[in-house]
Design a protein around this ligand. Structure first.
Ligand code: AHR
Length: 865
């Protein structure tokens, strides 16, 4: 593990060891009391004592680890944590709740970095309560009680694989239970005492102090600029560069991450206009939903019910039966908050019908805007088998809240399923395609890759909800729709064929991210958390499923049945899949690690040409990050996916985050990042980060802002890059920054120097002086676009001062003397800043004044030979 910060952590530890080894006043070892102070969702606290009586808390109520079991929030609870130190490592176990027949395990070498937790199952007992950990002769033993008042013991030689629990008596349990009391700051707590080297404790104080200092820095904002820069008149900067030191960087740095969150797919990018078209909505999507949701029978004479006995396909089990005694009623669907149609455009209407009566059944279908008929057609069903009927509707007027109305014209019974109204005007006129304005907004970002389908959506809410790509291809009515972890329904109409086709349409690499055989650690359905992962007797098939994806995407239809499915769907040529993501910010538990490595091995053995993208947890630090990176280095994972959603000031104070990464081996995909807001302040912090990513784009080979899309009124996560409703698209200022970066990325990074000074008015004389705050906030990067040869300068000014910038790029031979500029500027709290395009004379050296709070891109075209 060569990450510099780990190195510095161990240097710090070594240094403090050295200091205290030489300090005769410090003990060699001390007692550490591990305990809890507050509610169970709070974490493990520690205090130390040299005499075992007077206890000093470590950190200000600092939690050294918390439970990571089960769904977000109240479910992640820790009860009765028990620690044990064997002279090499500290081990901990704790109970989870009063139901689970599992307990938690974790371990640490230094009390600071704790291994991602595992939750072994005790299959032959009730719940696990108050577990007590001991170790003797190399054997770990956990004795515990249960709600029923029984006592059990389980043992392990490796703290990973645990024996079946055996019944023990009360005396055995009580003998093991070395619970103690300690008075800390006047309060008495119960917990466990271990004796550890004093250097461990000293290191903890240093780490807790560092964390507090970093938290303070991350709380900074541009609101403090009057204090920071109020005394200065302006900034002067000089930019020079070193073209002879140019280095190749990833041309794929800027991509997008599409997740079906915030109604991004159904009701969003996927252009289908009918909601619950297949009557498959159910309570798993949302408690109050069922197969009839979003349909309404209006008028009298027809009743309707849901049947499942003879469906079109087993994957689409529910359908409607309309029973008409007297024509006059209508089964209506308002789509996703109203159906939007445009006058004169063509809409493909289709539905499956099956006559359940002795006489033929006729239906009128009308598209209505209130009482006004926009378009209509009729179908007659006489056959006893399902038959798809089709028509093209051309509305006579625009409407934003139209209704599709299915109106029986005959008395009798008829079965209806898979009612679809699909605009012909989709992005690139693809059948079953995408909403053109939204897709164009994505295309305009000029992404080099598209990650899909999630996020948490990929690994899903429980084992049965993991995203299985194979259920998303083929005829729409045979696809297995599924509840969405974000609390709604995914029809899978936007499936893998459609994702791959979109990537091809916009010239982006597809980056599917699929589960590593474990569901989201925050799962609440079918058990809690990772649920032990997919059982091993299903992992072989699952590995094959991933291999089949590669066959499907890249194989030859003449030799591969999977590739033939792709060809039959209309794409005989391979899609050219290069990347495959396995896992999404998973808890790097043993359950995950074993499955990930198995899948990686199977894919490497069959498709070594595929670049595997692993995962290192949801934060830029901590257990999953550290253990994820250790795994990556140890097993040469090609790329790992990092995630962080942090404050704007995190980006200001972590500009060298990647400069300290090892340049060899595993690369980084910064798969989810954002600065928690849609103001100019956020967007500029993100622009700043892009300049730092570009400098490090030999290591950070891909990045994608997250989340991408959010529908007004249906948003589970804020902020997002692009908001929309049924008619309009609302790009954020963050979007404009990402778009400029995507459209102005390069394949070579040209090292440069930016010298920044502030100007102080010294009794009428302007004096220049160095200023750390300004140096941190006025940044630049220069790249060369490998395709056009253009030179691209990005300048970020995150200060309230304008920055007169002297730019000296030598003779600039071979470049036009007229550059194109794009500038975004405004006040930090602004949300609607748009880039202003312009030109700039760039006979080098040249001057450019960066407005306060601005992002500027200067593109100097190469002269075409
Ligand atoms: O981007 C939203 C969510 O954030 C993703 O689904 C998940 O990976 C992360 O926690």
């Amino acid at each position: 593990m060569k990450l510099q910060h780990l190195l510095s952590a161990s240097l710090l530890l070594a240094a403090s060891t050295a200091i205290h080894a030489n300090n005769p006043n410090h003990p060699d070892s001390v007692y550490v009391f591990t305990y809890q102070t507050g509610p169970a969702i709070d974490g493990l606290k520690m205090a130390y004592s040299s005499d075992g009586h007077y206890w000093v808390p470590i950190g200000d109520n600092h939690s050294f680890f918390k439970s990571d079991y089960g769904t977000w929030g109240a479910e992640k609870r820790m009860f009765n944590p028990c620690t044990y130190y064997d002279g090499t490592e500290v081990y901990a176990v704790f109970a989870l709740n009063n139901r689970a027949n599992q307990f938690a395990t974790t371990r640490s070498h230094d009390l600071w970095l704790w291994k991602p937790q595992d939750y072994p199952y005790m299959s032959n007992t009730e719940n696990v309560a108050a577990p007590v950990l001991t170790k003797s002769n190399g054997l770990f033993s956990v004795v515990y009680t249960t709600s029923a008042g029984n006592y059990y013991r389980t043992t392990s030689t490796d703290f990973q694989h645990w024996s079946d629990a055996e019944l023990v008596d009360d005396a055995t349990y009580q003998a093991a239970r070395h619970l103690q009391k300690a008075v800390i700051d006047g309060h008495t707590y119960e917990g466990y005492v271990i004796r550890v080297p004093y250097t461990m404790v000293d290191n903890l104080f240093a780490r807790v102090g560092d964390a507090a200092q970093r938290n303070r820095l991350q709380g900074e904002s541009l609101r403090d600029d009057a204090r920071r820069f109020g005394n200065f008149k302006g900034i002067e900067a000089t930019l020079t560069y070193h073209p002879d030191q140019a280095k190749d960087i990833s041309p794929d740095l800027i991509g997008i991450f599409f997740e079906d969150i915030n109604y991004s797919a159904d009701g969003g990018l996927y252009a289908e206009l009918i909601q619950n078209r297949d009557f498959e909505y159910n309570h798993l999507d949302r408690g109050e939903w069922n197969a009839q949701s979003f349909w309404e029978m209006k008028g009298n004479g027809t009743t309707w019910e849901i049947a499942t006995d003879q469906p079109i396909h087993a994957n689409n089990a529910h359908y409607a039966i309309l029973n008409t005694t007297q024509p006059g009623a209508a089964l209506c669907n308002n789509g996703f908050d109203g159906i939007v149609v445009k006058k004169g455009e063509k809409y493909d209407l289709s539905l499956f019908l099956k006559n359940l009566d002795s006489k033929a059944q006729k239906l009128n279908i009308r598209l209505l805007d209130g009482e006004k008929v926009l378009a209509q057609t009729s179908f007659t069903a006489s056959g006893k088998d399902w038959k798809q009927q089709k028509a093209v509707l051309r509305p006579t007027a625009d409407a934003t809240h139209a209704t599709l109305s299915i109106e029986p014209q005959t008395s009798g019974r008829i079965a209806v399923d898979f009612v679809s109204l699909f605009p012909q005007n989709t992005f690139r006129h693809r059948k079953n395609g995408l909403r053109p304005d939204l897709a164009q907004a994505l295309a305009d970002l000029h992404p080099r890759f598209v990650r899909f389908p999630g996020g948490c959506l990929s690994h899903g809410n429980g084992i049965d909800n993991m995203y299985r790509w194979v259920t998303t291809i083929g005829p729409l009515w045979e696809r297995e729709s599924q509840s969405n972890i974000w609390g709604y329904h995914q029809s899978k109409g936007l499936g893998f064929f459609e994702y791959f086709q979109f990537c091809e349409d916009i010239g982006a690499q597809p980056l599917p991210v699929l589960p590593a055989g474990v569901p989201c650690q925050n799962s609440s359905r079918g058990g809690a958390g990772q649920q032990g992962g997919l059982p091993w007797n299903r992992m072989d098939d699952y590995a094959q499923e991933l291999i089949n994806l590669i066959e499907w995407a890249n194989g030859d239809p003449k030799t591969s049945s999977w590739a033939k499915m792709r060809a039959d769907a209309g794409h005989p040529k391979p899609f050219g899949l290069k990347y495959l993501g396995i896992g999404n910010e998973d808890l790097i538990s043993d359950v995950f690690t074993e499955r990930f490595l198995y899948l990686q091995e199977r894919i490497r053995a069959t498709h070594p040409e595929i670049t595997i993208v692993g995962t290192v947890g949801p934060f830029f630090e901590g257990s999953d990050y550290e253990y994820g990176w250790q795994l990556a280095r140890r097993h040469n994972i090609d790329i790992v996916d990092e995630h962080y959603y942090v404050s704007p000031s995190w980006y200001i104070h972590n500009q060298n985050f990647y400069d300290r990464y090892d340049r060899q081996g595993t690369k980084v995909y910064l798969g989810e990042w954002a600065s928690r807001g849609n103001t100019l302040e956020n967007a500029l912090a993100e622009a700043l980060h892009v300049t730092n990513l570009e400098r490090n784009a030999d290591v950070v080979v891909m990045s994608s802002y997250a989340p991408l899309l959010a529908k007004h009124g249906h948003t589970q996560w804020n902020p997002d890059l692009i908001y929309f409703n049924n008619t309009d698209v609302f790009p954020t200022v963050n979007y404009h920054v990402q778009r400029l970066c995507g459209q102005n990325s390069g394949s070579q990074y040209i090292p440069s120097d930016l010298a920044v000074q502030v100007l102080r008015d010294d009794n009428g004389n302007l004096r220049r002086q160095d200023n750390h705050d300004a140096t941190l906030r006025v940044r630049s990067s220069i790249v060369r676009d490998g395709q056009t040869g253009d030179l691209i300068i990005k300048l970020v000014n995150l200060t309230s001062l304008s920055a007169d910038t002297h730019i000296d790029l030598g003779t600039l031979e071979g470049y036009s003397k007229k550059a194109h500029t794009s500038v975004i500027t405004g006040q930090p709290s602004d949300r609607d800043c748009q880039p202003v395009e312009g030109t700039l004379d760039v006979a080098s050296p040249f001057a450019y004044t960066q407005p306060p709070y601005s992002f500027t891109v200067i593109r100097i075209p190469a002269i075409k030979k």
